[in-house]
Design a protein around this ligand. Structure first.
Ligand code: IMP
Length: 500
């Protein structure tokens, strides 16, 4: 006879935290969100930790090198998506590891033949107003000039005016030579009252810009997550098919941690993948596995040697796995059960295998609940896809700015190896959708706000660390009517214009 779980499985939305005693030292500035990323033995320190408990999803619409740099600056980690060629994924990893804080590769580039219309289109696309004009229109071409908002007046020029007629030409620019230190570049910016400084090599080829506004930002990144060589930490997704070629390329590129990306991780394919990594690299290569939604699945992957285990089937915002295949489990229930299994495994073996709740976070307080329920860190897709730093287009729909966001199991991503783990057959149905999400601005601002809410709630629970929260949290189920009570109710809301 089939096995029946006694309780229905539940989502984060069905729970709330009940405050505990807060002492006077429970203040947001005293809270530490440091959390282990990979397994460790009792009494030892994990080889890798996060400074904030957030990682970005292994998805085309979320985690490229740009996102990875922005998130590592705030203390989290991105897992660069694996549904691309090995070469391009390794190149993204390499770009993160080679990134020199303060030296920014130019993302807005024009050729001298480009027109004012191209300038405006590019500004709309990237949101940046400093553009390089290079001979071949690439980020590392011979620098011929720079265009900023100060170089043109739209009312005075026709849209087909060539960039070369109004750019600031190379001989009028102040540039730094490649190899100039960041401090020297900043001094040049201040001494010459510049907003940006191109860095060029002996052949006049552009390498980077250094921006005045970044100077302040850099002083504001107390959580940044760095390796021992002061390079940003970055993760990468792998699959259970081409690991024998993908893993060596990612390791060579400098990936700090890998994660097997699969919609269903309780499988022999994951064991074979981890076995291969252990045979070839021992414990030096860190690899997470998943996704699972119960204690049995967790135990299997922990015994296979996974460095962390990811939880979640069917809860992602773009996910239609439950509708298509009828598999999955409410994300809160899955997290609670796997956390219990993690603690039991730790008691038995002395090995702590961190767990990551993946998908289904809608409100910031869901993050706090996931942590309180035992998750060591959280993976988010929709959340990060809304930010400037995600790789997707920003578009205007009915007057509102949106970003595109699509599932790895959608026809657009065609990441079939995530769903059909071992066989050769291509899947014949989708498990994800293609969608829009409201554009939300910069990662830094949004993550800062979310973390501030987490910290304040932790203080309400009398907790200054994540393990303390997991011990002290008092969690209650809520009825459908009390969820209504939780929003503004029985009042007539003023519209935006009326509000002071
Ligand atoms: P979100 O944060 O709710 O948007 O969920 C993101 C998570 O959904 C990812 O980390 C994946 O685990 C999962 N996911 C990504 N693409 C798909 C898909 O196409 N179908 C089902 N799940 C997906």
């Amino acid at each position: 006879m089939a096995f029946y779980f006694e309780e229905p499985s539940r989502t984060f939305n069905e729970y709330l935290l009940v405050p505990g005693y807060s002492s006077a030292e429970c203040r947001a500035e005293n809270v530490s969100l440091k959390t282990p990323l990979v397994k460790f033995k009792k009494g030892e320190e994990p080889a890798l930790s996060l400074n904030v408990p957030l990682v970005s999803a292994i998805m085309q619409a979320v985690s490229d090198d740009n996102m990875a740099i922005a998130l590592a600056k705030e203390g989290g980690v991105s897992f660069i998506y694996g549904s691309q060629s090995i070469e391009s994924q390794a190149a993204m990893v390499r770009r993160v590891k080679n990134y020199k804080a303060g030296f920014v590769p130019s993302d807005s580039n024009l050729s001298p033949e480009s027109t004012l219309k191209d300038v405006l289109d590019l500004k709309e696309k990237t949101g940046h107003s400093t553009m390089a004009v290079t001979a071949d229109g690439t980020a590392n071409g011979k620098l011929l000039g720079v265009v900023t908002g100060r170089d043109y007046r739209i009312s005075r020029l026709s849209m087909d005016t060539k960039v070369e007629t109004f750019m600031t030409p190379y001989d009028k620019l102040i540039c730094a030579d490649l190899g100039t230190s960041l401090k020297e570049c900043n001094d040049m910016i201040w001494d010459n009252k510049l907003n940006s400084l191109p860095v060029v090599d002996a052949e006049q080829r552009l390498h980077y810009f250094v921006f005045r506004k970044d100077y302040e930002n850099r002083k504001n990144n107390p959580n940044e997550l760095l390796d021992e060589n002061k390079r940003y930490i970055v993760g990468a997704g792998i699959n259970t098919r081409d690991y024998a070629t993908r893993v060596p390329a990612l390791v060579e590129a400098g990936a700090d941690v890998l994660c097997i990306d699969s919609s269903e991780g309780f499988s022999e394919w994951q064991k074979l993948t981890i076995d291969w990594i252990r045979e070839n690299y021992g414990d030096t290569v860190k690899v997470g596995a998943g996704n699972v939604v119960d204690a049995e699945g967790f135990r299997f992957l922990a015994e296979c040697g996974a460095d962390f285990v990811k939880i979640g089937i069917g809860g992602g915002s773009i996910c239609i796995t439950r509708e298509q295949k009828g598999i999955g489990r409410g994300q809160a229930t899955a997290t609670i059960e796997v956390a219990k299994a993690r603690d039991e495994y730790f008691k038995e073996t002395g090995i702590y295998v961190p767990i990551c709740s993946d998908g289904g976070i809608v409100h910031d307080y869901h993050m706090t609940l996931a942590l309180a329920m035992g998750s060591d860190f959280i993976m988010l897709g929709r959340y990060f896809s809304r930010f400037d730093e995600s790789p997707t287009n920003k578009v205007q729909i009915n007057g509102q700015y949106m970003k595109e966001y699509w599932g790895e199991g959608s026809a657009r991503a065609r990441n079939w190896q995530r769903y059909d783990m071992g066989g050769d057959a291509k899947l014949s149905f989708e498990e994800g959708v293609d969608s829009y999400v409201p554009y939300a601005g910069s990662l830094k601002d949004n993550v800062g706000l979310s973390l501030s809410k987490i910290k304040h709630t932790m203080c309400n629970c009398g907790a200054l660390t994540i393990p303390e929260l997991q011990q002290k949290a008092k969690i209650t189920l809520v009825s459908a009517t009390s969820i209504v009570e939780g929003g503004a109710h029985d009042v007539v809301l003023k519209d935006a214009k009326e509000q002071k």
